[in-house]
Write a new protein. Structure first.
Length: 272
């Protein structure tokens, strides 16, 4: 049995597969750096339709596929694909679904309109990522979430998945990135995001406005540590978080090539 510590990155973008912001490259670097430091690393991201399966050599993992993700009483099949990250011996898993990820765009249609179902897509991805880890039977010591689409994961881990043995010792890190959309996730967001009767109204309260800022606020509330990932990240929220007992905050650094402070944060959370 492996004695390596395990880190799972959940992100909605990562170089070289999808680059929406400069943070895609940061996720790539963090995964590789963690791998080089001796951690066992896996990455989970959505298989958006613009990701080229042939170029990146994605193939379906039949033994993992076949899970159905229930959102607001509707079943959606989860297809899991995998690729090896170039220049690193680590696996990247892509979550796919015909309804949510086949379209050849990410968050906005050809008229630059925010998709009406982005709320459901985010819920599907967050729940799907955690169900995939359960299917792995691979208990992560650290779960590092990047991008607004991952924002429900910290709350889910502290509520709906609180008693799951695979997550019993997991610590959650959330990268607080600058806001990237101005729309709201819509009036049904809270209902769709309430995936379990273990999630109470007060648990989902920080997210209820469905804005990018609200998603960040909710994720930051439930995460064990926050990485400030950009000069334009919500400074007011960072100041509020500083007042929370036990919350670890890693300040933004413009020149952060070696990522040593990230590894130090992971080790701190793992009690090393």
């Amino acid at each position: 049995m492996s004695t390596k510590k395990r880190i799972l990155f959940i992100a909605h973008e990562m170089s070289p597969y999808l680059e929406l912001t400069e943070y895609a490259n940061m996720v790539n670097k963090m995964a590789i750096k963690s791998n080089e430091a001796g951690l066992e690393v896996r990455v989970i991201m959505p298989r958006f339709g613009i990701i080229n399966e042939r170029r990146h050599r994605l193939h379906e993992v039949v033994r993992l596929s076949g899970i159905n993700i229930v959102i607001d009483n509707d079943d959606y099949p989860l297809i899991i694909k995998v690729a090896s990250l170039p220049s690193a011996r680590l696996q990247v898993y892509f979550l796919d679904n015909e309804d949510y990820f086949k379209r050849k765009a990410v968050f906005n249609d050809e008229n630059e309109q925010f998709y009406d179902d982005n709320a459901a897509r985010a819920v599907f991805f967050c729940k799907g990522a955690l169900e995939t880890v359960k299917k792995f039977g691979w208990p992560p010591d650290i779960i590092h979430c990047s991008g607004w689409m991952t924002a429900l994961v910290p709350m889910y881990l502290k509520t709906a998945y609180k008693k799951e043995p695979v997550f019993a010792h997991s610590k959650v890190v959330y990268s607080l990135e600058p806001n990237s959309f101005k729309e709201k996730l819509g009036p049904t967001f809270v209902k769709k995001a309430t995936i379990s009767n273990q999630i109470k109204e007060k648990d989902i309260e920080p997210y209820k406005e469905g804005t990018n800022a609200a998603l960040n606020r909710g994720a930051a509330k439930y995460a064990d540590a926050i990485v400030v990932a950009g000069e334009k990240a919500d400074k007011k929220l960072v100041e509020e978080l500083k007042g929370e007992k036990g919350k670890i905050i890693l300040p933004y650094k413009k020149d952060n090539e070696d990522l040593a402070d990230y590894l130090q944060l992971y080790n701190q959370l793992m009690g090393k």
